[in-house]
Every structure is written in structure tokens, then in C-alpha cells.
Design a protein around this ligand. Structure first.
Ligand SMILES: Nc1nc2c(ncn2[C@@H]2O[C@H](COP(=O)(O)OP(=O)(O)OP(=O)(O)O)[C@@H](O)[C@H]2O)c(=O)[nH]1
Length: 467
């Protein structure tokens, strides 16, 4: 189908959300609908793999280029294709391109160059930092993943500290679709690769990834990347809710004209994130919570949501008329760009006016489970027991894409009340992940779920103001 026809199909006037599916041509052609996380120890090749599949280098920030490590979450989109001729040899018949590629490009396999390829998946990669000091950032990326690639470098012993810690995190979040990639196989002999494969299988026993495929690859040399593409097509499409009022979790925010924010012809602030339910449309009025926190005339802390119009929607360079759940999308808004600069809106929730959950400043957490032993730490602390939570203790909490400092006010066996250092827009039963400072860095120690909380007053604007 020609791009022009698809753009015409993305006509909001003709949109019937009850008929949409993540693989509907007008969706998959323009927008990624699955998030795949890249997790694993520092420098095991996550960013290089993303580049091999999408053609995009996610390491974009100056400090990252200087230090050669990922600091922020990186994003890149890719389309996965298969040759339409069934006799095209596997896995060569699978191929990947960037998000802007047409839907039926010619096959690249010698002997099949007259054949067309079919677009099977459109995905977003969430490239997590592997450095131990950046664990809480990895956790905020993990909350938007539908599947994950766990990268394990073939030229190091397995497991390394953040290999264990990242796997524990996705285990806690009950992420089902894991694929283990034994990367850098170009640096070792075959017998060494076999030996390490056994060590990897041993390490995976009893974890959420116990029967995950382990695929040998070289991201640097593009070896076996077609097999990885084939595995991507086997990831089940998550069930999506297209009909509820739309909610989006903000994972990045920019002022205008920054590289990496996709289309840069907007005048207002830009937020990037994943829609968890519903469909966002161009021209729609939306609310962002918590928005701005202020003291009112009585000295009481109140939250003022940010109201704004959606001026544009985009997935990397693809302009959209509407955006659906899954995948990472950008939202160009009419808000003052000063509000969204430098990731200032990360952790906020964007959605239909009047439909967003409460904004809490205190939370009661139930069903708390602590890991038995510390993971992700080096020699001195490795394997130490995770001690019980203490009244007055300061922890880091991850709720959706929000990372927030908390102090424990009361603690019982499996529950605790927490004072937050900043308000958060969230809902009862949402999962939270707990980290504690160990050896100078935040380490994953456990998880729980929101039971209740103390909400702030929200200063809403009457609905008739938007008509
Ligand atoms: N020989 C070889 N080198 C690789 C391969 N994949 C990655 N590398 C190299 O390993 C180093 C680290 O790669 P990155 O892709 O930055 O690793 P990363 O896991 O994204 O690093 P962080 O995000 O900082 O944790 C770079 O110098 C890459 O060129 C591979 O398959 N073979």
C-alpha cells in the first residue's frame, strides 16, 4: 500500500477505534506497537545491537559519547520484514529496516531480488543503561517493556552483576517474553561459545527466562541478526485496549528543536512515551498530571495539571494522525516548552481531560516482597542478605516511568507507608519497585503494590473551558 494511501487511511474522521488492531495496516505502517527492552551488563553490546537492527545509534548525548556508556534511556524504532516467497531460505528471509521504510521493499537475498517483503512487526527498542550506578533508570524503562533482549557478552564470564540485577528486575515486573543474546561471539572460539552457553543455561534456571531461547550473535559484524528478527516476529502481540480514554506514560520530554525528538517543526513542548490504553488524536485537548506543584493562598500544596492541545503526533520521522497503545511515540503540544525541557515531565501521565488518576504525596504499599539476597553488587556486598525495611529509612521507588525518593513513615511485616519527595500520578494496585542505597549506589531490593494513599488537591479547569 502506498504511503499516501496510508496517510489517507489515518483519517481521524473515518477512525473507528473498535476496528483497530496493532497489525492494522494504517497502524503498523506508521507506528511501532511493541516495546522491546535491551537489558544486561555494561558494555555487553545493547546499543550496538539496536544499531544493527534499526540502523539507529541510540547513544546520542554528549556525556554518553565521551564516556562510551549509555546514561539515559535510548530509543529507536525498526520494522521487521519477511520475504513473501516461502522458498526464500530461513533465516535470511527475515530483514529489518528503520521506521521510515516502505511497507513492501524488495527482498535482498540473492535469487529472490524480484520478490517483495511483507511488513510483520513495527517495534520500539528501549535501550537501558547497563552501568551499575544507573539501575533506577533501567527500572523506569522496564515498566514500558512488552519483551526484552538480555545481552550477555561471550568474552566475559556469566553472570556479571547487572546481568543478574536486570534479570531480577524483569522477573519482578513479570515480563514474559525474554530472548537471551550471547553477543560478541566473533571474539571467541566455538568450543568457548558452547561452554558459555552451558553457563548461561545454568544461570537462567529457576528464573523467568528459564526456557528463553539463547541466540549467538555478533552485533558488531551483523552475524545472526536475521535470526533475531525471526524471533521478534514470534513475540506475541500484547492485548491492547483501544477504546478506553487514552493514557500515556511520559518517558522523555523536550523543548523544541532538539535532535532525537523526531519531527522538529513544532513551537510547543514535546513529550515522548508509551500509550498504555486508548487512542490519542491530533487536535485533542489533553491533561498532564501531576503538572505543576504549587502552594495555594492558605499555604497548602496543590497540583495544577497542565492542559494542552495535541498539535502533532509522530513515531520518529513518521507523522501520525492518531496514536495507539504500545511503541514509543512523540506528542507535539501547545504547552510552553519551558515546562517540558530537559526531561522535566518524565514520570507524568498524559491523557483525556478528567480521566487521570489521583496525585499522591503519601502512599501505603502492600504485599511487599524483599529479595533474599543483594544482587547487582560487587565482591564485598555480593550475596549479603537484604535486611528488613526500617522506619525513617530513605528508599528509591519506581512507579511506571517515575523514579522518586521516599521516606518510610511506618513499616509492618508486608506493608509500609511512605512519604514521597514529589507527588506522583498513579492508581491503586499499581506495582512499585524498591531500591536501597548500598555501597553508594541504588540497588534493587524488592517490590510491592499500592494499597492506598494521601492525595493532593488537584486544581482542575471546568470542562466548558475546552469546548
Ligand atoms: N567484537 C565485538 N564487539 C562488540 C560487539 N557488540 C558490541 N561490541 C563493542 O562493545 C562495546 C560496548 O558496546 P555497546 O553497544 O555500547 O554496549 P552497551 O551494552 O550498550 O553499553 P551500556 O549501554 O553503556 O551498558 C563497544 O565498543 C562495541 O563496539 C560484538 O558483537 N562484537
Amino acid at each position: 500500500m502506498a504511503q499516501k494511501e496510508i496517510m489517507e487511511q489515518q483519517d481521524i474522521r473515518k477512525l473507528d477505534v473498535t476496528k483497530l488492531h496493532p497489525l492494522s495496516p494504517e497502524v503498523i505502517s506508521r507506528q511501532p506497537t511493541i516495546n522491546i527492552g535491551l537489558i544486561g551488563h555494561v558494555a555487553h553490546g545493547k546499543t550496538t545491537l539496536v544499531r544493527a537492527i534499526s540502523g539507529i545509534q541510540t547513544t546520542r548525548f554528549k556525556c554518553e559519547l565521551e564516556r562510551n556508556i549509555t546514561v539515559k534511556l535510548g530509543y529507536a524504532n525498526a520494522k521487521i520484514y519477511k520475504c513473501e516467497d516461502e522458498s526464500c531460505p530461513q533465516p535470511l528471509c527475515y530483514m529489518s529496516y528503520g521506521s521510515g521504510k516502505e511497507d513492501n521493499p524488495p527482498c535482498d537475498v540473492p535469487g529472490f531480488r524480484n520478490c517483495k517483503m511483507k511488513l510483520l512487526r513495527h517495534i520500539s527498542f528501549v535501550d537501558c543503561p547497563g552501568h551499575e550506578i544507573l539501575m533506577t533508570r533501567m527500572l523506569s524503562g522496564a515498566t514500558v517493556m512488552d519483551a526484552a533482549f538480555l545481552l550477555i557478552a561471550a568474552n566475559e564470564s556469566c553472570p556479571q552483576p547487572q546481568t543478574i540485577e536486570h534479570l531480577s528486575a524483569v522477573d519482578i515486573l513479570k515480563l514474559q517474553n525474554l530472548i537471551v543474546l550471547q553477543n560478541k561471539v566473533d571474539t571467541i572460539q566455538e568450543h568457548q561459545a558452547r561452554k558459555q552457553y552451558k553457563a548461561i543455561r545454568e544461570f537462567l534456571k529457576g528464573t523467568v527466562a528459564h526456557d528463553a531461547p539463547v541466540v549467538p550473535v555478533s552485533s558488531q559484524l551483523n552475524y545472526n541478526i536475521d535470526a533475531v528478527c525471526e524471533y521478534i516476529t514470534k513475540i506475541p502481540i500484547p492485548k491492547r485496549d483501544f477504546v478506553s480514554p487514552p493514557h500515556m506514560v511520559v518517558v522523555r520530554s523536550f523543548d523544541v528543536n532538539k535532535p532525537g525528538c523526531g519531527i522538529n517543526d513544532m513551537k510547543g513542548g514535546v513529550v515522548g512515551g508509551t500509550i498504555t490504553k486508548g487512542v490519542l488524536k491530533v487536535n485533542q485537548i489533553v491533561e498532564l498530571r501531576p503538572g505543576i506543584i504549587e502552594k495555594n493562598a492558605d499555604g497548602k500544596t496543590v497540583c495544577k495539571p497542565i492542559y494542552s492541545r495535541i498539535m502533532s503526533l509522530f513515531a520518529e520521522q513518521n507523522k501520525l494522525q492518531f496514536a495507539v497503545p504500545g511503541g514509543l511515540i512523540g506528542v507535539g503540544t501547545s504547552m510552553d516548552p519551558a515546562l517540558s525541557r530537559s526531561d522535566m515531565l518524565v514520570g507524568q501521565v498524559l491523557g483525556d481531560v478528567g480521566t487521570l488518576p489521583e496525585v499522591y504525596i503519601k502512599l501505603k504499599i502492600r504485599k511487599i516482597k524483599l529479595l533474599r539476597r543483594l544482587v547487582g553488587v560487587e565482591k564485598n556486598d555480593f550475596g549479603k542478605q537484604v535486611s528488613n525495611l526500617l522506619k525513617g529509612e530513605v528508599l528509591m521507588l519506581n512507579i511506571l516511568s517515575m523514579t522518586i525518593g521516599v521516606q518510610i513513615i511506618t513499616v509492618r511485616k508486608n506493608s509500609a507507608t511512605l512519604q514521597l519527595t514529589a507527588p506522583v500520578c498513579t492508581a491503586v494496585a499499581e506495582k512499585v519497585v524498591l531500591s536501597r542505597r548500598v555501597g553508594g549506589h541504588w540497588r534493587l531490593i524488592g517490590w510491592g503494590e499500592i494499597e492506598d494513599g494521601v492525595a493532593l488537591d488537584v486544581q482542575t479547569i471546568p470542562a466548558e473551558m475546552f469546548s
